[in-house]
Design a protein around this ligand. Structure first.
Ligand code: DAH
Length: 340
């Protein structure tokens, strides 16, 4: 037994001097110290040793195991350190090398205007509601006091998907969806894409609108005018004035076109305002009583105003863009001019 112990100690010494990697170390360690390893086997053999020899042999064997454990432990520490050093050396990067240039993107002018409008109106207490782009005839026209034979349907060349379904021509359709589902007080903003069969320098078959609707007791045209003054100053500059001109929309009565004093020339007359000193920015009016009634809102109790504007139009005015196509072509040379 003593010889066997000595032999194992020598084997360990020999094996240890050869070990290079932690994997190798683990294998050798298991071979001697593992559950079925050499030292454990000797421990089991103790049963066959005469009782009087057991204590002294046991001591020797325990000492061997302890020495072996210590050797392996210190070796493990050394090998791990060496391996880590090697890995660091291999994975070393030169942090002084110049980085790859990642050019910043910019928001599209439409997005900028949309965000600005939402920010202005939500500051006045409006909530955003987005309706569907595929609408049925009822929401886009009939409920907006524009029945099938109404001449105002010709104001908007509509893309029909079926006799009843169409691509909405105006975000005004969202007004009805809101009024059907919510009772006054109502104060919503409805941005979104709209579609019309129309195409030139200032028109596109797809464009975006922003609709607003306020319904409550005692709402008057003065409230509309006051709110628009505030809005125009915020978006075009504090010196800007607004004026209302009579107009016609089937879903409002009275209806108005809203002009702002030209922020380019201050109202003297220039190319932007075509010499008039005023620029048309949106349509608006008091919600027609028939529209309220159709949505189950009593027009003798509640009144409201609505307004709708083209987001591209506002963007073109605000940034001096002369062709609407620029807003849809995605030309990076154009878009990068809007970097914040
Ligand atoms: N829907 C109209 C259009 O597309 C714009 C408009 C006018 C919206 C008057 C309104 C409004 O809410 O009151 O031409």
């Amino acid at each position: 037994m003593k010889d066997k112990i000595k032999e194992i100690e020598e084997q360990i010494n020999a094996a240890v001097s050869d070990i290079q990697t932690s994997k190798n170390l683990m294998e050798i360690k298991m071979k001697f110290l593992g559950k079925t390893g050499e030292i454990s086997a000797l421990m089991k053999n103790m049963r066959d040793v005469p009782a009087e020899e057991r204590p002294s042999l046991g001591k020797i064997l325990n000492a061997l195991r302890q020495r072996a454990e210590e050797r392996f432990a210190s070796l493990e520490e050394k090998i791990k350190k060496a391996e880590l050093k090697k890995r660091y050396a291999e994975e070393k990067i030169d942090v002084t090398l110049p980085g790859k240039d990642m050019p910043d993107g910019a928001y599209h002018p439409n997005t900028l205007v949309r965000q600005e409008l939402i920010s202005i109106f939500s500051g006045m207490g409006f909530e955003v509601f987005e309706g569907p782009e595929i609408e049925n005839d009822y929401y886009n026209f009939t409920a907006l006091n524009t029945p099938a034979d109404h001449p105002a349907r010709d104001m908007q060349d509509t893309f029909y998907l079926s006799p009843d379904l169409l691509l909405r021509t105006q975000t005004s359709a969202g007004q009805i969806r809101v009024m059907e589902n919510k009772k006054p007080p109502i104060k919503i903003l409805s941005p979104g894409k709209v579609y019309r069969s129309d195409d030139d320098a200032t028109h596109s078959p797809m464009f975006s609108q922003m609709e607003g609707l306020v319904v409550d007791k005692g709402i008057t045209l003065c409230d509309l005018k006051g709110m628009l003054d505030e809005f125009a100053k915020k978006i075009f500059g504090s010196g800007v004035k607004t004026r209302l001109r009579p107009s016609y929309f089937p879903f409002t009565e009275p209806s108005v076109e809203v002009d702002v004093s030209c922020f380019e020339c201050g109202g003297k007359g220039c190319r932007l305002c075509k010499g008039t000193g005023w620029i048309e920015v949106l349509g608006a009016g008091m919600v027609n009583r028939r529209v309220l009634e159709g949505c189950g809102i009593d027009p003798d109790v509640y009144t409201g105003f609505a307004f709708g504007m083209g987001i591209e139009r506002i963007a073109m005015l605000k940034y001096g863009i002369n062709n609407m196509k620029l807003l849809f072509e995605g030309d990076v040379r154009f878009l990068k001019q809007f970097k914040g």
